[in-house]
Design a binder for this molecule. Sequence first.
Ligand SMILES: C[S@@+](CC[C@H](N)C(=O)[O-])C[C@H]1O[C@@H](n2cnc3c(N)ncnc32)[C@H](O)[C@@H]1O
Length: 201
Amino acid sequence: MDSSFWDDRYDAEAYAYGTDPNVFLTDAIGTVPAGATVVELGAGEGRNAVWLAQQGYTVTAVDYSWTGLKKTEQLASRFGVDVETVEADVITWRPARTWDALVVTFLHVLPDQRALLLSQMKRLVAPRGWILAEWFRPAQVEQGYESGGPPHADMMVSKAELQHAFREGTFSRLEEVEYMLDEGPHHQGEAATVQMVWQAP
Ligand SMILES: C[S@@+](CC[C@H](N)C(=O)[O-])C[C@H]1O[C@@H](n2cnc3c(N)ncnc32)[C@H](O)[C@@H]1O
C-alpha cells in the first residue's frame, strides 16, 4: 500500500471511515489539556483532526495522500474550523517542532518501518506530552475478522511490542480490545485492536 492506493480509496464522495471521530479517541482525549497542540499522523480524510479542532485543539493533520488531505480541508470548512494539513511520509518527516499530543488511528506501515514509526511518534511529542493510538492487532487476522486493516498480521501492532517500544514513559492505558467497529464503509464488524494512552517522560 502506497499513497496512490489511498488516493484511489479516497477518490469518492463518501468518507471511507466516516466523518465521525474514532470512538477510542473521543473516550481518551480527556487526558489531553484543553487548548493543546495536537498532531495526527496518517490522518486520512480528517474525521479525527476536524473533531479535535471542534474541541478547541490546534490541530495538524499529516498524511501522504493528497486526496485525503483535500477531503480533510473540505470537512474542516464544512464545520467551520481550521486544521493545518501537511502532505508528508510520516516515516521520513522531520518538522522542527514538537506537539503537546499525538494521535494515530489505524496507521499500519510495512513491518520493517514500524520501529521507525514508533520512534517518530516519540520524537514528535513534547516532554510530558501524550500519545493516543489505536491499531489492529495480529488477532484481527488470526481470528479471521474482516472489519478492515492490512491483509497480513505482521503489519499489525501487538501490546508486547508497544510495552517495549514505549518503556521509558508512562502508560495510562494499554489494552487489547474486541468490539464492533462502525466507521464508514471500510471499518465495519467485529475487530481486534490494541489501544494506548501514553505520556512521555
Ligand atoms: C486506514 S487509514 C486511517 C485514516 C485515519 N487515521 C482514520 O482512522 O480515519 C490509514 C492512513 O494512513 C496513511 N498512511 C499510511 N502510511 C503512511 C505514511 N508512511 N505516511 C503518511 N501517511 C501514511 C494513509 O494514507 C491513510 O490515510
